[in-house]
Write a protein that binds this ligand. Sequence first.
Ligand code: TMP
Ligand code: ASP
Length: 238
Amino acid sequence: MEPLYEGKAKRLWATDDPGVLRMEFKNDATAFNGEKKAQFEEKGRLNNAISNRIYALLEKEGIRTHFVREIDETNVEVRKVEIIMVEVIVRNLAAGSFCKRTGVEEGRAFSAPVIEFSIKSDELGDPLVNDDYIRELRLATPEELQHLRTAALKVNDLLSDFFSRCGLRLVDFKLEFGRLKDEPGTIVLADEISPDGCRLWDLETGEKMDKDRFRRDLGGVMEAYREVLARVERATGG
Ligand code: TMP
Ligand code: ASP
């Protein structure tokens, strides 16, 4: 059997239910739009476990997501969606490309969350775009974009609070959304939420607990992911 889709960190497989797919987390890690590559034996398992717990929590708080149920250590059932080709990034503190673009020092806290959009395209290097680009490229309607913005801010509030209970500062993160195939007009949170697509800093030590350990060759990548999972499990009751 062939996957329906293979991305850098996940594969999507058909199931018997046409409205449901199996999403498999791979052990591959990439950075800088796939330029830097490595394999981490446990990454699929850790990200699947972290992401599923977070999606279950968001669902409980009224955020609609693609999550259906965890199948096993590296597989989850998700609703079939048409991915909106816009990555939604929310920032609470300056880091990463924000610092590179502006010269601001890493760690400056913002007075309010910064939202940015980029086109989901490795070939183009995920370019930063604004609302007008998104409208003219027909990536999303203005109404859909408003929904993405509102949902992203709500996710930020919920997750900032959740991760602080884990002793972690949610510095920034990336979300992807999709249009439900069997429920036209409904947009849900898709993809994953894991240390691959979030910056998480230990609240006490400031230590980086996310994919920046890989991007910057800091070592201890899986140790950090394992620690994030342990804290997420504790905060969600095992
Ligand atoms: P950035 O500072 O590199 O723009 O990244 C902001 C956040 O978004 C960071 O937590 C990592 C995440 N991200 C992804 O998950 N995928 C991507 O392709 C990019 C560019 C960022
Ligand atoms: N997710 C992107 C990649 O895999 C960028 C990044 O996370 O640094 O290349």
